[in-house]
Design a protein around this ligand. Structure first.
Ligand code: CDP
Length: 228
């Protein structure tokens, strides 16, 4: 049976998280950002001074005190109860996250956390990431795969970070994004690929409102067909 889940996958800067958040608010669903869990794990590893390729890392990760806590603003990533929503966006975390995300035990733990959180929401959840439609929720009612040109994705990321979108900055961020996409797409476990039954939307030339409207219409039809 299809799960009351909308899976939104795609590469860095394709607009997954912002689209997922807007969709969740439009249809009163819960939004789960799987990348925030990988980022929280990366931050917790750094704060504990653990080497990324150490032998005990996987065992440590299973019991790491990371949680998505429900608040008025949706789910907030926490480490030992501390709100880390800002700290997980730092350049240091962004640089290390793909390596942490390639550890099998880390992925098992994230997937378990997502499954548990989704069970608490009978109306449905929107989950964004890289492998949500392929691995985590293969029976999702709707799978969307967002893409955009590398330059557009880099420019969006630069503006997100509050920087000026001059040529040099955009080119640097484009290089960083390309390196992360390549690591995420070429890893052995749960690589970034489009699920066969996902609907691909190219957001390069779409305004944000238009992009959200498209996904909202698709999600309404998939989750609440009796009303559409
Ligand atoms: O928002 P942004 O595109 O920068 O990335 P994110 O969604 O915060 O994810 C950060 C990183 O976590 C990705 O580059 C992947 O390495 C990893 N990730 C993953 O492997 N699988 C997911 N379902 C989500 C994120």
């Amino acid at each position: 049976m299809a799960q009351k889940v909308v899976a939104i996958d795609g590469p860095a800067g394709s607009g997954k998280s912002t689209t997922a958040k807007a969709l969740a608010s439009a249809l009163r669903l819960a939004h789960l950002d799987s990348g925030a869990l990988y980022r929280s794990m990366t931050l917790a590893i750094r704060e504990n001074g653990l080497p990324l390729n150490g032998p005990n890392l996987a065992a440590w990760a299973k019991d790491a005190p990371i949680e998505l806590r429900l608040s008025d603003a949706g789910y907030v990533p926490t480490i030992a109860g501390r709100d880390v929503s800002q700290a997980i966006r730092s350049p240091e975390v962004t640089l290390g996250v793909s390596e942490v995300a390639s550890i099998a035990e880390v992925r098992d733990w994230v997937n378990w956390a997502l499954a548990r959180a989704s069970e608490l929401h009978p109306r449905g959840v929107v989950v964004d990431g890289r492998d949500i439609g392929t691995v985590v929720f293969p029976n999702a009612a709707l799978k969307v795969f967002l893409v955009a040109s590398p330059a557009t994705r880099a420019r969006r990321r630069v503006l997100d970070m509050g920087l000026t979108d001059d040529e040099v900055t955009v080119a640097r961020v484009e290089g960083e994004i390309a390196a992360r996409d390549s690591a995420d797409s070429s890893r052995d476990i749960a690589p970034l690929i489009k699920a066969e039954d996902a609907i691909e939307i190219d957001t390069t030339d779409l305004g944000f409102a238009e992009q959200v409207d498209r996904v909202v219409e698709l999600a309404k039809a998939a989750l609440f067909p009796e009303k559409s």
